[in-house]
Design a protein. Structure first.
Length: 147
C-alpha cells in the first residue's frame, strides 16, 4: 500500500473545496491530473471517498471519517520534513550539558536563552552533578592553548 503526500493533499483539497476544478487550481494541477490522483488514492485504499456527478462532489461517509485522520497525518509528515531539514542544516538538535549545580542555577539559564534565540529548535538536557562526576570527556568546550 503506497500512500503518498501528493495524493493525500489532493484528497484534502477536493474535500475542502467540494470541487475538482477549484482543488486543481489550488494545487496548480489540471483537473484530469487531479482526478487521476483521487482515483489512485481510492484504488490504493480500496474505498470510494467521494460521491460525484457532473455538478456535485461530496465526501462519502467513509471519506468524512477519513478526512481528519489524513489531515493530521499530512500535518505530522510535513512536520517530520521540517524537523529533518532542521537537523540536516544544524538548525536543531540536542545540547547535553553536565555542570555544577551553582552554574546550572546561575549562568546557564541566560546562556540557554541566548542559544535558543539563535537556534530556536534546539533542545537541552542538563544534569547538575557534583564536580567528581563531571569529566573532561563530557565537556564539549576546550580551553585555548597558549603558545
Amino acid at each position: 500500500m503506497d500512500l503518498n503526500l501528493r495524493d493525500i493533499r489532493a484528497f484534502i483539497a477536493v474535500a475542502q473545496t467540494g470541487s475538482f476544478t477549484q482543488a486543481a487550481a489550488r494545487l496548480h494541477l489540471s483537473q484530469p491530473a487531479l482526478t487521476v490522483q483521487i482515483r489512485r488514492l481510492e484504488e490504493t485504499l480500496c474505498l470510494r471517498l467521494f460521491d460525484r456527478n457532473s455538478r456535485n462532489v461530496a465526501l462519502t461517509p467513509t471519506g468524512r471519517d477519513l478526512l481528519p485522520l489524513l489531515q493530521k497525518s499530512l500535518h505530522d509528515m510535513e512536520q517530520v520534513l521540517v524537523d529533518a531539514r532542521a537537523l540536516g542544516d544544524g538548525a536543531s538538535g540536542t545540547v547535553r550539558i553536565a555542570c555544577l549545580p551553582t552554574f546550572a542555577a546561575s549562568s546557564l539559564p541566560e546562556l540557554v536563552q541566548e542559544l535558543k534565540k539563535a537556534v530556536p529548535r534546539v533542545g537541552f538536557q542538563v544534569r547538575d552533578v557534583v564536580a567528581s562526576m563531571v569529566s573532561i570527556r563530557s565537556c564539549a568546550m576546550k580551553r585555548p592553548t597558549s603558545d
